[in-house]
Write a protein that binds this ligand. Structure first.
Ligand SMILES: [Fe+2]
Length: 489
């Protein structure tokens, strides 16, 4: 077995024990995102009547789904955390009981690799090979999950197909392309307006048009427009309000000429270039976009976005200085690790549509990301958000659940405990709830001491008091990306 030399690799495996059910090929690769908390699992299982500590609320009925990378085959190039094949872990609650299952998302690329018996596509660290079938990257659908018109869809952050997943069995069913009318790739964090059922989407790419935006209306009609950007950009999210959408253009981008020559994307922070947010009417076109300039920064995820008088307000997890700062102690993977290290804090931007005035300010200093809200408030002024606190020393691990009150940016938190790390934690509304925080918050946690995993169920209004129930899972759940809640119908 190879000695894992990176500092983070060791710290993610404090007991030194190898995670169970991990593939043997990881032992040949010195990369912390294939080991410890991040080690892929090799099995798909289903389990019913799971043991519960405490009491599951009888009005918690529905499913908690979480997506994330879980490589099936050994990587073809230097592995990046974002490269793994999408796998969904799910827990279904019904009348005080719980069942669990996990399944890979059987993407087109994954099926091709299964036929070949090995990996075909290198990951995002490149170099890109444009002669590969379907393009230089495998659409893994590993990033996001959304519920649209009763369907569960898996999305990819690089812009990909919408993979429809059976919400009862997790079987990959089909590609949702709206009867062939969609005609474009969609980015993770495209979202559904809870009031109208409109699906508001965006996609981006390395070649022109660098961004597309659109809406699938509740009646099935599709609106789509190309968005003019000065070059290839890396937007990750979008803000929506009842009348507008907010498009993102951050000054973190790669040189297209260098990319053409080497096949490698090297994103750099251009601190002399402003951040731009483009406010577009929901059914607007490129000509309707009003761009507002702000201090240079980067942001992955929006916490809340709404209209307030003449202003569009957006709150997000802002990275003040996205400069890559490789640490020489991390050797060959130093650049990759520095890119994953999330340093984000709650921040507010305001755009006045009447005067053109802007205002921006930090709201708090805690390093916190992966925000979730009560989705019924999406696009409206929400007061509460549920985030993950990230310890500064270990990239992309979630140490505590944090509940923010956006009215004064105060927060309370629940620490998962030494060596225990959480997942993005969606909100599950109590049936008939009137208050924004009347419901539950759910998260998977994994204990790196013994590789056991549980689901914690919190009363959303009382996070700091700890979970009201815990469900013991039949296997380890590796660290992952985004999650969603689908209420039972
Ligand atoms: Fe994301």
């Amino acid at each position: 077995m190879l000695e894992i030399t990176s500092r983070y690799g060791k710290s993610l495996s404090p007991s030194g024990a190898r995670p169970d059910l991990a593939p043997g090929w990881i032992d040949r690769i010195d990369n912390p995102y294939l080991h410890g908390l991040f080690a892929p699992t090799t099995v798909e299982i289903s389990a019913e009547a799971l043991p519960v500590e405490g009491k599951l609320p009888r009005d918690l009925n529905g499913a908690y789904f979480r997506n994330g990378p879980n490589s099936r085959y050994a990587p073809k190039n230097r592995y990046h955390w974002f490269d793994g094949d999408g796998m969904i872990h799910a827990i279904w609650f019904e009348d005080g009981t719980a069942r669990y299952a996990n399944r890979w998302i059987k993407t087109w690329g994954m099926r091709k690799e299964h036929e070949a018996g090995e990996g075909i596509w290198p990951g995002v660290l490149g170099p890109f090979d444009f002669s590969l079938p379907g393009g230089p990257l495998k659409d893994t659908a590993n990033t996001d999950l959304i519920v649209l018109d009763g369907k569960l869809l898996a999305l990819w952050y690089e812009s990909g197909r919408l993979y429809a997943i059976d919400p009862q069995t997790l079987q990959t069913q089909s590609i949702e392309d709206f009867d062939g009318r969609l005609k474009m790739r969609i980015s993770a964090h495209s979202k559904t307006d809870p009031a109208t059922g409109d699906f508001i989407f965006f996609g981006y790419g390395d070649r022109p048009p660098y961004m597309r935006y659109g809406v699938v209306r509740a009646d099935g009609t599709i609106h789509r427009t190309e968005i003019t950007l000065p070059g290839p950009r890396r937007p990750h999210d979008i803000g929506i309000t009842p009348r507008y959408s907010v498009l993102h253009d951050f000054p973190v981008f790669f040189d297209p000429e260098f990319f053409k020559k080497t096949g490698k994307r090297v994103p750099l922070f251009h601190r002399e270039v402003p951040t731009r947010y483009g406010v577009i009417p929901r059914l607007g076109t490129d000509d309707d976009v009003r761009w507002f300039e702000f201090e240079p920064c980067y942001m992955l995820h929006v916490v809340g976005c709404w209209e307030e008088g003449d202003e569009v307000v957006m709150i997000g997890c802002r990275t003040d200085d996205p400069t890559l700062k490789p640490d020489r102690r991390d050797g060959k993977i130093a650049a990759m690790l520095s890119g994953i290290k999330l340093q984000a804090r709650l921040y507010e931007w305001r755009m006045n549509l009447a005067t053109g005035a802007t205002h921006e300010r930090p709201l708090d200093d805690l390093n916190a990301e992966f925000p979730m809200i009560n989705d019924a408030w999406l696009g409206r002024k929400n007061r509460y958000a549920y985030l993950q606190h990230i310890p500064h020393e270990i990239p992309a691990t979630f140490e505590a659940l944090v509940r923010y009150d956006l009215s004064d940016a105060s927060h309370v938190r629940y620490d998962y405990g030494p060596g225990v790390f959480g997942s993005e934690a969606p909100f599950a509304a109590r049936p008939g709830a009137a208050a924004e925080d009347d419901g539950y918050v759910l998260t998977f946690v994994t204990d790196t001491q013994d590789w056991s995993s549980r689901v914690l169920v919190f009363d959303a209004a009382h996070i700091a008091e700890g979970p009201i129930a815990q469900v013991k899972l039949p296997q380890r759940v590796p660290a992952g990306f985004h999650a969603t809640w689908m209420p039972a119908t």
